[in-house]
Every structure is written in C-alpha cells, then in structure tokens.
Design a protein around this ligand. Structure first.
Ligand SMILES: [Zn+2]
Length: 227
C-alpha cells in the first residue's frame, strides 16, 4: 500500500468516478461515524443537532458530519468529504464552520485518525466554571490512564478551556499557540460550548471522550460536595 511518511494512505482516485479519495474507505468511515453518533446521542451528549464527528480518510482528506443533522439518526449520506483546509471535496454540501477545528487536528497531530466534538451538560458546565483559569487540571484520578500516553494516576492531565467565538480562526490560533508551546494536548473545552478530543482511531477517540466526560463529572461532583 502507498502510505505517507506518518503511515496514512496517500489519496488515490477511484477508477469508477475519479473522486480524489477512496469511496470504499469513505463508506466504512461514514458507517463508523454514524454508529458512533447513535451511541453519543443516546448518552445525551449531542442535543438539538449540535456536535460533529470526523475521521481521517487519507493523508489529505477527512470525512465529517454535514452540519445540522440529528447526530442520533445519521446515515452514511450525512457524512461528507473535506480536504485538510476544511473545504468540501466532490460534493455541493457545505461543511459546518467548526470543520476547520477537525482538520486542524489532522494537520497538526499526525497520529490523529478521528475527532469527536460533543456538547454534554458536564462539558458545558465545566467549561464555564474553568474558563477563568483556562484549564481543567486532573490529578490523582485513576481514569487519567484512559488517555493515551498516561500510565499512572500520579500524572497531571491538563484540559485547556479556550474562549468561545464564532470566528473559527481565533480558536484555530488558540489551539496552535498551545501546541506551539510544546504542551501536551489530548482535547480541549470551548467556554460555554463543549469538548473536542481525538485519537488514533474511533475506538481510542471514544475512550478519550468517555474518560474526559467521567473526569469532568468527578470534578463537578467534588465542587458540589465541598461547598
Ligand atoms: Zn459545537
């Protein structure tokens, strides 16, 4: 198989329709995204058509949910292809404005193969409580080990909180600044909004979002119980 330096397949046209990505790979990713959407919606983390999900297709493309769809009822036709600048490829569908936050992760983090963005109550409430400090710091929780690269509860796991804005470039710049400072980044909250996290594939990414959701709920419970 032809692969890019970091292991992702290089885009190749299909012989049938000359699209610049592999259609079979897209269908497989779209099915995985739809299945994941049903699971996350059932947990109540994607209210009112919010949230968006994506998977890397190859070195230069990603599959992402079309804006405005019910994330609990996604079909494969509710997933579109974008390039890594977030522009639609081979479709007249319009990607959501937040798509550039997904493609930024694929550009900046070579191992990232899937990105999940949800709006659970815990994510939303915690983002408001920790917006002033700009970070939720997890220390001493066993479940920090669910995040790839963390092998002990004695580690420190920082989840930054970036200010909310409708100007996606401001958010892209905030994420870039965190990464350019060389700080570990496995996910982030946006104030009053929700979470982004990612992993090498959808299995790891689901584990990460479940871990962050659990950890945020624990921190919120501690604050409730200690007042
Ligand atoms: Zn959102």
């Amino acid at each position: 198989m032809i692969t890019a330096d970091f292991g992702w397949p290089i885009a190749r046209s299909t012989m049938i329709n000359a699209l610049p990505y592999d259609v079979a790979t897209l269908r497989a990713c779209a099915q995985t995204i739809a299945d994941t959407g049903r699971e996350l919606a059932a947990l109540g983390w994607t209210p009112a058509t919010s949230s968006n999900f994506s998977m890397r297709l190859d070195a230069t493309h990603a599959a992402v949910t079309i804006s405005g769809r019910d994330k609990g009822k996604l079909g494969v036709d509710d997933i579109m292809v974008v390039d890594l600048d977030g522009a639609a490829v081979g479709t007249s569908a319009r990607p959501s404005a937040e798509t550039v936050l997904h493609t930024q992760i694929y550009r900046r983090i070579a191992r990232a193969g899937a990105v999940l963005h949800t709006h659970s109550r815990a994510q939303s409430v915690a983002s408001r409580l920790y917006s002033t400090s700009g970070v939720v710091r997890f220390e001493g929780w066993e479940l920090q080990k669910a995040i790839s690269g963390y092998t002990t509860h004695e580690s420190v796991l920082d989840l930054p909180v970036f200010p909310n804005t409708q100007d996606m470039q401001v958010l892209v710049d905030a994420v870039d600044a965190w990464l350019d400072a060389g700080k570990p980044l496995h996910g982030y909250l946006i104030d009053g909004h929700g979470i982004y996290t990612w992993g090498v594939d959808m299995v790891e990414t689901k584990r990460h979002i479940e871990a962050f959701e659990f950890l945020l709920n624990c921190e919120l419970d501690l604050r409730r119980l200690s007042t």
